[in-house]
Design a protein around this ligand. Structure first.
Ligand SMILES: NC(=O)c1ccc[n+]([C@@H]2O[C@H](COP(=O)([O-])OP(=O)(O)OC[C@H]3O[C@@H](n4cnc5c(N)ncnc54)[C@H](O)[C@@H]3O)[C@@H](O)[C@H]2O)c1
Length: 257
């Protein structure tokens, strides 16, 4: 574990204290930016520090490593006396059918996308319990409930995140810890740019990502950050065990062809 950017101060800040996994790129980077814009104290937990927005604490840990997470998240919690918000965002893609991936791929993707959220939650819970108004926001995907080709493994992990969110919410609601998830459609991030770049015609692939959502455009990382903020903000509200879809209507609409 290593730390860069401002070290946390020993004093308790006025705003909320949040940890975002995968905060060095894409959606997580936007989430960190949105939470910082509210005056919150924010840490990213990622494989590296490059890309973490200035003003955030950049912690380095792999979500596959429980002791690294305990050290990174626990150290941040200890410095501030509590953690109010955990955003379980870190995740990786996998493109291919069940016949394409190896058994090692299956375990690796599940280990990061599902068990990684469990590990970070386990590391954060002792500190979330010290908050008067704690929230956990898990990152799912519209692939949890939409059958897209070549996404069997990835979709399985994101379906698991939605199921886990509801069960976690049931476990923690009586302790005042609200657990919810957001479910984006195709978000314009390096994650999607990499998928498009692998195609023979990247421009056409990008156009197909936009076309598959009824709004005709990809979701912006900023929009996802704002939805996370809604679920993570202080103040009693009633979203518990819920899924916020940010998918341009992909899940709910059936458009005429
Ligand atoms: N981009 C999309 O269209 C889209 C849509 C729906 C859901 N999501 C989900 O949103 C989340 C973020 O995706 P993104 O598009 O921003 O991806 P991204 O690749 O742009 O960023 C992911 C970040 O997570 C970090 N990360 C990856 N593995 C890690 C590990 N083992 N430990 C710690 N950090 C790790 C990466 O270093 C990176 O900074 C993922 O959970 C993804 O499944 C993405």
């Amino acid at each position: 574990m290593s730390i860069s950017h401002p070290s946390p101060t020993a004093s308790t800040p006025a705003g909320r204290i949040a940890v975002v996994t995968g905060g060095a790129a894409g959606i997580g980077q936007a989430v960190v930016g949105v939470l910082l814009s509210q005056g919150w104290t924010v840490a990213s937990v990622d494989l590296g520090v490059e890309g973490v927005p200035p003003g955030a604490t950049a912690l380095v840990a792999d979500v596959r490593d429980q002791s690294a997470l305990d050290s990174a998240i626990g150290g941040f919690g200890e410095a501030h006396g509590r953690i109010d918000v955990l955003v379980n965002n870190a995740g990786v893609s996998f493109v291919g059918t069940i016949e394409d991936g190896s058994e090692a791929d299956w375990h690796r993707i599940y280990d990061i996308n599902v068990v990684g959220q469990m590990r970070a939650t386990r590391a954060a819970l002792p500190w979330l319990r010290r908050s008067d108004d704690a929230a956990i926001v898990n990152m799912s995907s519209c692939t949890a409930v939409n059958g897209l080709p070549q996404r069997a493994l990835y979709s399985a992990t994101k379906g698991a995140v939605q199921s886990m969110t509801m069960a976690m919410a049931a476990d923690l609601v009586t302790e005042g810890i609200r657990v919810n998830c957001v479910s984006p459609g195709t978000v314009d991030t390096p994650f999607m740019a990499e998928l498009a770049a692998r195609d023979a015609n990247p421009a056409a692939k990008r156009a197909s990502f936009e076309a598959r959502q009824p709004t005709g455009r990809m979701v912006s990382p900023q929009e996802v950050g704002e939805a996370v903020l809604y679920l993570a903000r202080a103040g009693a509200h009633s979203s518990v065990g819920s899924v916020i879809n940010l998918d341009g209507g992909m899940t709910a609409l059936r458009m005429p062809r």
